[in-house]
Design a protein around this ligand. Structure first.
Ligand code: FMN
Length: 180
């Protein structure tokens, strides 16, 4: 299968996740192209069988570059198998309100872009304290405190479950056959 993996990232975790997915698909024998959303101007989707788009939630929305790309590519994406990876910190927890917020974010993304992926998965991201400026550092420390997370404000803290992501890639490539 020929895959395109398109991602948008603000602090780097979604790039790491997109790279991991691309590597797993390649390990499984697929062809994979990995592209930042900002570099998709001359992308010809007819070269691919499947597409994964990945972006991260920042203040209840995805990167605008990902929204623009999903909107522009929506007609081409509709002809492929598609998976949307929504990366967030809410996905690391089990707060029903947070999960409702995530579902609302994805619904708003679909509404804005007109792209309706075949499958959406929520992936836990990371605190990237080593990348934040002072203001965002404070904001994220406050969020961590609200969630009762013990963090070191001078170190990154990753919640991404890489084993689960590897299983997802396996399942995405070879979905279990339905037994009727
Ligand atoms: C300024 C800021 C706002 C964020 N807002 C949200 C949010 O509204 N909901 C959420 O679940 N996570 C939120 N996050 C967490 C990010 O989604 C998480 O850190 C993710 O790993 C970022 O991915 P990236 O490194 O690819 O940008 C926020 C992070 C930052 C820095």
């Amino acid at each position: 299968m020929k895959n395109i993996v398109i991602y948008a990232t603000t602090d780097g975790q979604t790039r790491k996740i997109a790279r991991f997915c691309a590597d797993r698909l390649a390990d499984l024998g697929d062809t994979v192209e990995l592209l930042p959303a900002a570099e998709t101007d001359d992308l010809d989707l007819t070269r691919f069988d499947a597409a994964i788009l990945a972006g991260s939630v920042h203040v209840q929305g995805f990167q605008s570059v990902l929204e623009q790309v999903a909107h522009r590519l929506a007609p081409g994406l509709a002809r492929l198998r598609t998976l949307f990876l929504s990366v967030s910190l809410s996905a690391a927890g089990d707060d029903p309100e947070d999960w409702a917020g995530l579902r609302a974010c994805v619904a708003a993304f679909e509404e804005k872009t007109g792209w309706h992926p075949d499958r959406t998965e929520h992936v836990a991201g990371a605190f990237r304290f080593t990348r934040y400026d002072v203001l965002r550092g404070w904001a994220m420390r406050w969020i961590a405190a609200q969630k009762g997370q013990a963090i070191d404000p001078h170190a990154d803290r990753e919640y991404t479950d890489w084993a689960a992501l590897a299983r997802l890639m396996q399942d995405w490539r070879d979905p279990p056959r339905r037994v009727d």
